[in-house]
Design a binder for this molecule. Structure first.
Ligand code: 5RP
Length: 266
């Protein structure tokens, strides 16, 4: 299990019961302190990562940082980073990334993650897996005793071709697990979510940056069992591209709490 270390008391501006977005900002800014001029950076996706992108942009603008190259983990991150003035490149030109900073949906005590609520899990896993150091930034609502326990989805990216068959195979894999359910992610909150049924699906799927679909897995009681084994079993299903469990990838997790920041190191 990861060791929690160096809890830091909040500054005066952080001490007045900050709302969740302020905690995200605090975690992000702490992570950006690790950025050095000349680094190749993996740029995360989501509302927490947004604070990091904006901060890196500010530090570039005022000359504290120079010669940064950013590798975005999504089209969203590319647009946000470009707006912040961060020069961009890709994994082909920079197959080794010095430091990635990104949020997460869940963090377990061993620093395993669930990511992909924003649908960017594939590019995130590619960029973060190519990183010398991957620093996760979260507020403390993301800490869970085991993955899946928050009730949020564990996403699986699948190719559109034959997706209903892939969904059935995922359903079969977890058949009998108490409280298990799965849904094809839909494109809009107004669209009716599709639940698994023998006789058909509502169509209007969410489409990822890679033109794939997402199947969201739900585990009422969290995922029990060997996560690496479960990962292998999901990835063995033809039609599955990747899943949102990030096992052993995080180097450290910066957790912002109302009473200060805690850094969990691997
Ligand atoms: C996107 C992600 C995000 O990092 C994750 O969903 C956390 O987002 P937020 O910081 O907005 O809570 O994995 O695919």
């Amino acid at each position: 299990p990861a060791a929690a270390s160096h809890a830091t008391p909040p500054s005066a501006s952080e001490s007045a019961a900050p709302p969740q977005d302020e905690l995200k900002r605090v975690a992000a800014h702490r992570a950006v302190e690790l950025v050095e001029s000349g680094m190749v950076l993996g740029l995360g996706t989501g509302s927490t990562a947004a604070h990091a992108l904006d901060r890196i942009g500010d530090l570039l603008r005022c000359g504290v940082l120079r010669d940064i190259v950013g590798i975005p983990t999504s089209e969203w991150a590319a647009a946000r980073a470009a707006a912040a003035g961060i020069p961009l490149s890709d994994l082909n030109a920079h197959p080794v990334v010095d430091l990635s900073i990104d949020g997460a949906d869940e963090v377990d005590p061993a620093l395993n993650l669930v990511k992909g609520r924003g649908g960017s899990l594939l590019r995130e896993k590619m960029v973060e897996g190519a990183s010398r150091r991957f620093v996760v930034i979260v507020d403390d609502s993301k800490l869970v005793p085991r993955l899946g326990a928050s009730g949020l989805a564990v996403p699986v990216e699948v190719i559109p071709f034959g997706y209903a068959l892939t969904l059935r195979r995922l359903h079969k894999l977890f058949h009998g697990v108490p409280g298990f359910n799965l849904k094809l992610r839909t494109a809009s909150v107004n669209a009716k979510a599709s639940t698994f049924e023998e006789d058909g699906f509502e169509l209007e799927p969410f489409v990822t940056d890679n033109k794939n679909y997402i199947v969201d897995l739900f585990f009422e009681e969290g995922i029990h069992g060997d996560l690496n084994l479960i990962s292998d079993e999901i990835l063995r299903i033809t039609g599955v591209v990747e899943h949102g469990m990030f096992l052993g990838l995080a180097s450290s997790v910066i957790v912002a709490r109302k009473d200060g920041v805690v850094v969990m190191d691997k």
